[in-house]
Design a protein around this ligand. Sequence first.
Ligand code: GUN
Length: 291
Amino acid sequence: MDTVRMEGKPVAEKLYQAIRSEVMDLKRHGIVPCLAVILVGDNPASVSYVTAKERTCEELGMRSVDLRLAPHVTTEELISKIQELNADASVHGILVQLPLPEHIDSRKVLFAIDAAKDVDGFLPYSAGLLMTGQPGFVPCTPAGVMEMLDYYQIPLQGKHAVVVGRSLTVGKPLALLLLDRHCTLSVCHSRTPDLGTITRQADILVAAVGRPQLIRGDMVKEGAVVIDVGVNRIDDPTKPRGFRLVGDTVHAELLGKVSYLTPVPGGVGPMTIAMLMKNTLTAALKSHSTG
Ligand code: GUN
């Protein structure tokens, strides 16, 4: 079977076209959508994500506020920065890049973000809206996965979706989104025994467990749709940066067996930023309509 490469870029580009025109409309009303990004320390993966977020804001005509803080910043100092951003009406979205250093109480920091500016959708209020089927900020990666499934016209109703991973950022919200679209759902994780018995039943398999190449060719059903959310850095001295990126699945073993597969990089990755931009625009639109 030919495997379709499910690229994120065309899906993200389509969204960007719509976002650009809405940003122009808002600007006519004197509002420039603005995302504040807080990065603590200089973790290379985080620096590269944050830089990409800021660059995309600029490309879309949005504003970004870039706060780069030293690794020894305290929980209280970080919370005080967030409170300033909460009070600033020109800032519509606040994102704290995760993971934070160990000495910082991440829960307290995230709780400090105003729910109206929770463009990451990580706050309990946003999670509660999603759980109860009401509109709100949906975490960007799972929202992006749903956009991709729709763009590639993957039927969902009655299909068995298996999500491997139960994180707050991907697995749990994605499970709710797939349920909402009438999938039959299984959620597995790193402690699920005999994982392959369950993943082999999947019409739609989402690997979001953060274990490099955990899902092998013999763990998927012929013709399945496979969404690989994993972004793992593997040491590789032959590469210019000394590493290469691999997903949570072994692509060489899945190609030719599954019907669709998202590449790593270039699959889900571009969608996460696209949905963040969409959430920021939504926050700006709401602030406009509520004054
Ligand atoms: N670190 C890795 N992915 C994300 C994300 O989507 N949001 C935040 N805030 N941090 C991350």
